[in-house]
Design a binder for this molecule. Structure first.
Ligand SMILES: [Fe+2]
Ligand SMILES: [Fe+2]
Length: 200
C-alpha cells in the first residue's frame, strides 16, 4: 500500500538490510515504518506528485544506522553509551565514535545502490533539510515525518528525547497551523493501525 512499482528496485536491493532490521532492531524497524507512513501522508496532503517516493525515503532514512551496526557491531555500545552519558542525539554520538553520522552513510548507500537523486537527498539531508540543494521538499518531508513519528513515540530511533524540528522545514513546505493539525489527526489514526499489525 505504501509503495509504488517505480520504487521496487529500492526495496529489492535493501531486502537483506530489512531482514537484519526487522529481526534485530525492532524499534528502528517500527520507527522506519512509521516515518514511511508519515512522509507519504505529508506528501499526499501537500499534493506532491509521486507521494510513494516520499514514503520510500521515509522508510530508508535511518538505514545508515543499520549498516553501521552490521559492519561495525563493536562500536554500537560505544555510540549508545555516549548518547546516555551526554544526553545527546544518536547522530552526534555517531559522529564522535565513528567520525561520521548515518546521514553520510546514507549518501554513500544511495550512490552505491544508484537510488534516484530525490531519494538520495531525502536520506542524506533528513537532519538538515534546509541545506538540501536539489530536492528540499523531499528532505523537509522526511525530516518532518521523522520528527512526527518520534513525537508519537512510535518505535525507537536510538534517540531518547524528541528531536529538534527545523522551523525552516515548515516554511519550505508551506505548512499552515491548520494543515499541521489535520496531519496530526490523520497520523495518529494511521499509527494506531500500524501498531495493530504484526511485522515480526
Ligand atoms: Fe536520522
Ligand atoms: Fe529517524
Amino acid at each position: 500500500m505504501l509503495l509504488g512499482f517505480n520504487v521496487l528496485r529500492s526495496i529489492i536491493v535493501s531486502t537483506s538490510v530489512f531482514e537484519v532490521m526487522s529481526e534485530n532492531m525492532v524499534g528502528l524497524w517500527e520507527h522506519s515504518l512509521g516515518a514511511a507512513m508519515a512522509s507519504g501522508t505529508i506528501a499526499r496532503m501537500l499534493h506532491f506528485k509521486d507521494a510513494e517516493e516520499y514514503a520510500v525515503a521515509g522508510l530508508l532514512h535511518d538505514l545508515g544506522k543499520v549498516v553501521a551496526t552490521v559492519q561495525l557491531p563493536d562500536l554500537k555500545p560505544d555510540i549508545e553509551r555516549v548518547v546516555a552519558e551526554r544526553d545527546c542525539f544518536y547522530l552526534e554520538a555517531e559522529r564522535e565514535v565513528l567520525g561520521f553520522g548515518h546521514d553520510r552513510i546514507n549518501a554513500w548507500l544511495a550512490d552505491h545502490w544508484k537510488l534516484p537523486a530525490n531519494i538520495k537527498e531525502g536520506l542524506s539531508y533528513h537532519h538538515k533539510p534546509h541545506l538540501a540543494q536539489l530536492y528540499p521538499e523531499m528532505a523537509c518531508v522526511v525530516h518532518l515525518g521523522d520528527f512526527l513519528v518520534r513525537s508519537f513515540e512510535y518505535g525507537f530511533s536510538g534517540d531518547v528525547g524528541v528531536t529538534y524540528l527545523q522551523p525552516e522545514a515548515l516554511k519550505i513546505l508551506k505548512i499552515r497551523p491548520a494543515d499541521f493539525e489535520k496531519l496530526l489527526d490523520e497520523l495518529s489514526g494511521q499509527l494506531v493501525e500500524l501498531a495493530d499489525l504484526r511485522f515480526t
